[in-house]
Design a protein around this ligand. Structure first.
Ligand code: SAM
Length: 268
């Protein structure tokens, strides 16, 4: 595991906004054909099936997040950009904590609500349709927050970090996963990741004890998901797999220029 010092400056470059409808279509497609989950299971068979991420989560990263959140029984976890809910539900259930998930995709939130029933967490897990910069959650209402491969989509990353700090109780912990460029500003990288510096964003929002973790296994999973998707060949009617393959063709050539990171921070 590498730990990086946080950088004192913040580079604001928010790439073009992505619309909820684009994610709605992805979640609809995945619900129909399950192509992404199929690939994720091949890449990491140890990942708990009920976690069913729609992200580049792997077992090691899931356990790292759980350890960093250090949730206690009865606490409330917020999952920011929760998608269809699996990872947040897994983390909350493992700690006997409550969960509130926020996502701007109504389709994802509907799927997350259904999933809560399969976790027997119907009364203790709630999901709301809202944005990363405007969660609608009350100030200081959650004990911990997690955002798995979602914060990079915020149209204003600084505002999303401030919103996370606003909803956290004092000393509440936040874990954000994403990607850092090996060489900041590398023009070969997608705009969304080219200047990413999550410790800087979180420090600027007033978080303290910011630590950046990176393990080769996390980056390997990212690349393996794309490789396996392509190896599966003709997707046939699996539109979710076809979409993943198209993303893989665009992203795999520069994936080695990124490093998968998980950043932990404390609300001061
Ligand atoms: C890659 S998915 C990750 C989902 C989930 N965290 C997981 O690990 O399965 C990114 C999620 O962020 C959500 N998202 C993107 N931009 C958002 C925004 N501005 N506000 C709220 N949710 C957003 C998407 O709808 C999607 O569910």
């Amino acid at each position: 595991m590498h730990r990086e010092p946080s950088t004192p400056h913040i580079r604001r470059e928010d790439p073009p906004a992505i619309l909820p409808g684009e994610f709605d279509a992805l979640f609809h497609g995945e619900a129909r054909t399950g192509g992404f989950s199929r690939v994720a299971r091949i890449v990491d068979p140890a990942l708990p099936p009920e976690a069913e991420p729609f992200s580049f989560l792997c077992t090691d990263l899931l356990h790292h997040i759980a350890a960093e959140l250090a949730l206690k029984e009865g606490e409330v976890l917020a999952d920011l950009g929760c998608g269809r809910g699996g990872p947040g539900l897994w983390l909350a259930r493992a700690a006997h904590a409550d969960l509130v998930g926020v996502d701007f995709s109504p389709v994802a939130v509907a799927q997350a609500r259904q999933r809560a029933a399969t976790y027997a967490m119907k009364g203790t897990a709630h999901f709301v349709v809202n944005g990363l910069t405007t969660t609608g959650l009350p100030r200081a209402s959650v004990s911990a927050a997690v955002s798995i491969d979602a914060l990079q989509y915020a149209d204003d990353r600084a505002a999303a970090a401030q919103e996370a700090r606003r909803i956290l109780r004092p000393s509440g912990r936040l874990v954000v996963t994403g990607w850092h460029p090996l060489s900041p500003g590398d023009p070969r990288l997608p705009e969304r990741h080219r200047h990413s510096d999550w410790p800087a964003v979180l420090c600027a929002a007033g978080f303290t004890a910011v630590e950046c973790h990176a393990r080769p296994a996390w980056s390997d999973t990212y690349e393996s998901i794309y490789r396996v998707a392509l190896q599966l060949g003709d997707p046939g009617p699996d539109t979710a797999l076809a979409g993943l393959q198209s993303e893989a063709r665009r992203r795999l050539p520069t994936a080695h220029l990124l490093r998968r990171v998980a950043v932990t921070a404390v609300s001061g």
